[in-house]
Ligand binder design. Sequence first.
Ligand code: F6R
Length: 240
Amino acid sequence: MKYLIFDTKKEASVESYKILKSLIDENSTLGLATGSTPTDLYAEMIADYKAGNFSYKNIKSYNLDEYVGISYEHPESYHKFMDTNLFDHIDINKENTHVPDASAADLELAVKSYQEELNNAQIDVQILGIGGNGHIGFNEPGTSFDAGVHVVDLKEETIKANSRFFDGDINLVPKQAMTMGIKDIMRAKHIILLAFGKEKREAIRSLVEGEEITENIPCTILKNHPSVYVLVDKEADFKL
Ligand code: F6R
């Protein structure tokens, strides 16, 4: 595992893009995350595309997760997030982008079909954020390391943390999500995990410094992955 500390989110994001670019070509498959963490990385991707240095025409992407109970058109849906923060600004073919269909009438079927899609894909680089409780994707503490795609009840702390995107009102935050499982995340060839802010510090400590690998802190499974880059700002650095 490579652990890299930067003064700011911006600096870490610029470096994460350099790492990403060194690991992919224009035919690669990306695993993508949403939330506040990857926004500056996506800005770097967009800027480099606009400068004519990289094309996404043949790139495929698979997103980690999506809320259950809000439509794609909801401004905080992860479908919308991806369009707004990345897909609408690059030349990716939307047919090559995949986000869990968590507003499907038959969720069980949607879970099955996302699992099939992932099984038939090979993600070259998975981008990850991390929850304060150590979740990756929406694999909350206690989730089996053998889990594949599933519907999850979000933990109270996750609902609270994400209420910042819903006018600070926890009642507006979806209580469930559909997520890739730990097993799916671990199949990626390379993982780039970003973490910013002091709320992430203890999770980063467990990931980088702790010795235990436990389902109670889902990110700790990444210790078993052969190629992980962890980039943090100084607020998230556990040595602070
Ligand atoms: C998002 C995801 C989550 C977030 C995590 C951190 O697709 O899978 O694990 O990465 O909840 O969220 P932010 O970046 O908003 O702090």
